[in-house]
Design a protein around this ligand. Structure first.
Ligand code: FCB
Length: 539
């Protein structure tokens, strides 16, 4: 039941007088369908997890301190032309030297959780030699985790946020299945050292991103590979590595620490371009399966890829002259190991896109790729509000549809929203981010209250501005601004940090009726009492 606390009486009176709450919209000029877009007043479940997220390479800096080994992102930023202005994470937000300040920010916002990631090469410089574990690396994460616990903030730790040790990349990285055993070694080192204080583990962050863009089209590290096969070989190994880490936690750590292990999949919503056109409806569904089902179908359903992927990739591979499908097959034994290896369903969601079928001209010389296999033509609705970088549009109802879809497709799992946010111009008074977070979290509330989706937590991307991969420092996602020209990487709260703190404190949205002044409330109370007296008691 939605709670009607504090202001319930006055809200009740208004409901009686007007028959309904007057509709309030966050983006009134664009999204004003009363049934779909009105703000829902109410609260999140009592134990809802409220957090923010960051990741090691994006914030830590200190790239060659404390014995840290090189990662693919060090190598990529130092050598590639793919990165905006040749920015890099050498210093980033210097969080390696700013743990206390970072934790103060989390406290300032009253958060219950912080999602951070561990840098593999900071702990094991060459990625696999257990006798070369870096003590300063262990000390750094111990200090961070201890101080979070001390501040009553629960750590959610990602093992792999795209920063493979460069030494492993030299042997083929995620294309080489020898990387699985190295990942397991690393996971065990993390569980042994930190699982006593870390109750949530995310094995991989957004494998779609680093498999398609890292080993496919090359815009993310390591920037190598073959667009037709690289993404699928990478994903095959990552899914198996995830399952290995999950079973190892199960077998050796769960009894002692009782934590939860899952992974994080990026899931922007695909809406059919024309909902009345059956081929657009199919294109959108195919896109969802290629994006999310690729990983979620094996892990949450049956150990295997979605049928539509198997069929389309096989058909196209054969047409392109391959002898077998470019999508690898799992053995029966592997499938059995992969099924049901996640204690929660982590998703990140930033925007919505329109899907339609990609039309290939007859003389098209096909370069096999994920998007060609998915037959996907993406577009946006021109009326949807733009974000600062223009790459993502603001479409709040998309997250609700995404959540509803996951509930139906994967039998109502516990969903943790591990990343949601927007890039802005960087201004301190960032009303655009306030509106975005307000609208998106309100849609999450509707999903919980009205659709019965089991969302257990929400983290904003991001705690502060940080190194945004191929966009360098040009994207500003932070609730806190970081001054990258100052030596101490000074942090300043934006308006959105204040708004988020209030949302977390109130654990939801109070009715606007609660925001009116007491004298007005009194007047309203008197008027409605007189009205009720005449209607009900002395008609
Ligand atoms: C996600 C990444 C995260 C951040 C946001 C903006 O895809 O996982 O690190 O860069 O995008």
């Amino acid at each position: 039941m939605r709670k009607l606390e504090g202001c319930s009486l006055i809200t009740f009176y208004i409901l009686l007088v007007t028959g309904k709450l007057s509709a309030e919209f966050v983006y009134p000029n664009v999204f004003n369908d009363t049934k779909r877009d009105s703000v829902l007043f109410g609260q999140f479940p009592e134990d809802f997890m409220w957090g923010v997220a960051s990741s090691a390479y994006q914030v830590e800096g200190a790239w060659n301190e404390g014995g840290r080994g090189e990662s693919i992102w060090d190598s990529f930023t130092h050598n590639s032309d793919e990165i905006y202005r040749h920015d890099n994470g050498d210093i980033a937000c210097d969080s390696y030297h700013n743990v206390d300040r970072d934790i103060r920010m989390l406290k300032e916002m009253g958060l219950t959780h912080y999602r951070l990631s561990i840098s593999w090469s900071r702990l094991i410089p060459d990625g696999r030699s257990i006798n070369k574990i870096s003590i300063p690396g262990i000390n750094y994460y111990n200090y961070l985790i201890d101080n979070l616990v001390e501040a009553n903030i629960i750590p959610i730790v990602t093992l792999y946020n795209w920063d493979l040790p460069q030494a492993l990349e030299k042997e083929g990285g995620w294309i080489n299945n020898a990387t699985l055993s190295a990942f397991l070694t690393y996971a065990v080192v993390c569980f042994q050292n930190f699982a006593d204080r870390v109750p949530y583990w995310i094995t991989f962050n957004e494998p779609y991103m680093f498999c398609v863009h890292g080993y496919g089209n090359g815009s993310l590290a390591p920037g190598t590979g073959d667009p037709g096969s690289g993404p699928y070989q990478c994903a095959n190994n990552v899914i198996r590595a995830h399952a290995l880490a999950y079973h190892t936690y199960d077998d050796h750590f769960r009894r002692r620490f009782n934590g939860k292990v899952g992974l994080n999949l990026n899931f922007d919503w695909y809406e059919p371009k024309n909902v009345l056109n059956i081929s657009d409806v199919t294109a959108a569904e195919t896109a969802r399966q290629f994006l999310l089902g690729w990983f979620a179908h094996p892990i949450f359903l049956n150990g295997d890829y979605p049928d539509v992927m198997k069929t389309l990739i096989r058909e196209q591979s054969l047409q392109q002259g391959y002898n077998i499908s470019r999508l690898p097959e799992f053995t029966t034994e592997q499938k059995d190991r992969i099924i049901k290896t996640s204690d929660f369903f982590g998703i990140s969601h930033y925007t919505t896109k329109l899907a339609s079928v990609l039309m290939h001209p007859d003389d098209d010389i096909v370069t096999p790729s994920w998007s060609h296999d998915a037959n996907l033509q993406e577009s946006v609705n021109a009326s949807w509000p733009k974000t600062n970088s223009l790459s993502n549009r603001v479409v709040p109802w998309g997250i609700r549809k995404a959540l509803q879809w996951i509930k139906k497709e994967y039998n109502n799992p516990a969903i943790l929203i591990t990343g949601n946010g927007v890039d802005t111009s960087g201004a301190i008074d960032d009303q655009d981010r306030v509106n975005y977070i307000k609208a998106y979290t309100n849609e999450v509330l509707k999903a919980i209250e009205d659709d019965g989706v089991n969302v257990v937590g929400y983290t904003v991307w991001s705690l502060m501005d940080s190194f945004e991969w191929d966009f360098g420092y040009s994207l500003k996602y932070g609730l806190y601004r970081v001054d990258f020209s100052s030596d101490d990487r000074a942090r300043t709260p934006r308006s959105s940090a204040q708004f988020y703190a209030q949302l977390v404190e109130e654990n939801g949205f109070k009715s606007s009726a609660c925001l009116i002044t007491s004298s007005k409330k009194l007047t309203l109370l008197i008027i409605t009492s007189i009205y009720l007296y005449h209607v009900l008691i002395d008609p």
